[in-house]
Design a protein around this ligand. Structure first.
Ligand SMILES: Cc1ncc(COP(=O)(O)O)c(C=O)c1O
Length: 361
């Protein structure tokens, strides 16, 4: 039976002036709204107790399994307000499907796609005043997640699981907006290996990336690029984004999905749009040597990172312990064209010819 997430309205919502204050400068991931969607799953009874209720803390037993064994997954998508005031999600079913495959990898229950989308829609509807007017790059960031809430110590799949969705008004992910960011290429730390959890969106992948991320900060970089763990002969992805190169002869190149990379919706959408933008998409192996020598010899003319949070952000340079490879300072015209093509669809400034938008309001 489908979940409906009935509303139990917050009796003390934020005042309109408070909402206006937050929307004037939302930052990223700093402010949360009046409500959240929740449901629980038990091995005995399946999904139940679905509701949209006042936003607030969970009461957690210290022996809750997630606190010890990290059985947890999450998703990230956004709601966009169009110029006519309507509110739209971008490919939410694809997020729901990725949530299912992350769940399968982490031995969590697979929430039906329709229930995932209903939870998101019902929450966005009730908190619609928190969806910013589309000035610049503002949106409502949506964070569905699921964790092992059974109270036990012992390594096995939890028999009680909590699903929740929270939402947060958001501005640009990088404080500098669309300024090029520098990327640290770590040769010491790995994000994923064959048979590991690289393709799942689970918290542990992000916790394990932090040490490399902080090494990058020390070298003035905003993100870290991971190389394949065993042979070190394949560029994979950034800590929280996918990576693309654009060559002088019009190829749009990104690492092939080999099971160790998160299958991003943004890169998938960009690959679909490539031909419309006059670029030839290529998903294949990129060696670190090719990455560096292509920049050095001028055959790689642009590079960018992409993901739901950061949209499309030009890369200024790749840095590693071995040196620094700086992209030409050419204003990243093709990267910005790709960025605008995605944003124009998301904000309804061009027709949605791929059927990617789902209207909520
Ligand atoms: C590790 C990682 N890779 C890639 C992406 C890009 O995925 P998407 O475009 O679906 O946001 C993300 C962001 O969610 C991510 O965390």
């Amino acid at each position: 039976m489908s979940l409906t997430f009935p509303l139990h309205r917050n009796p003390n919502p934020a005042g309109d002036d408070e909402v206006a204050r937050v929307l004037a400068n939302p930052g990223f991931g700093d402010h949360f709204t009046d409500h959240m969607a929740v449901a629980t799953w038990t091995k005995a009874d399946g999904w139940a107790a679905d509701e949209v209720k006042p936003y607030g803390p969970f009461q957690m037993d210290p022996a809750s399994a997630v606190l010890h064994y990290g059985q947890e997954i999450f998703e990230g998508l956004k709601a966009y307000r169009h110029a006519d005031g309507s509110i739209h999600l971008f490919r939410p079913e694809a997020n729901a499907e990725r949530f299912q495959s992350s769940a399968a990898r982490m031995m969590l229950p697979e929430l039906p796609v329709a229930d995932f989308v209903t939870a998101v829609e019902e929450l966005v509807k009730v908190d619609e005043r928190w969806v910013p007017v589309s000035a610049g790059e503002q949106s409502l960031y949506i964070r569905p997640f699921m964790f092992a809430s059974e109270v036990f110590l012992g390594v096995r799949a939890a028999e009680r699981v909590t699903f929740c969705v929270i939402v947060s008004p958001a501005g640009p992910y990088f404080a500098g907006g669309v300024q090029p960011v520098d990327i640290w290429v770590t040769d010491e730390y790995s994000r994923a290996g064959v048979g590991g959890t690289g393709a799942a969106k689970c918290g542990g992948n992000y916790a394990s990336s932090l040490i490399a991320q902080y090494e990058g900060y020390e070298h003035g970089c905003s993100q870290v690029l991971f190389i394949e763990a065993a042979d070190k002969d394949r560029v994979e992805e950034l800590g929280g984004m996918n990576v693309f190169l654009i060559t002088a002869d019009g190829r749009l190149v990104t690492p092939a999905l080999t099971g160790t990379i998160l299958e991003g919706l943004t890169p998938d959408s960009i690959l679909t749009l490539a031909a419309e933008l006059g670029l030839t998409p290529e998903e294949r192996r990129i060696t670190p040597d090719e990455l560096f020598s292509g920049i050095a010899d001028g055959s790689t003319v642009e590079a960018f990172s992409c993901g739901t949070a950061a949209v499309v952000t030009p890369i200024g340079a790749f840095k590693s312990k071995a040196g620094e490879w700086r992209l030409p300072e050419n204003g990243s015209p093709q990267t910005l064209a790709i960025r605008n093509a995605i944003l124009d669809i998301q904000y309804g400034r061009v027709p949605d010819t791929h059927g990617w938008l789902k209207r909520v309001r």
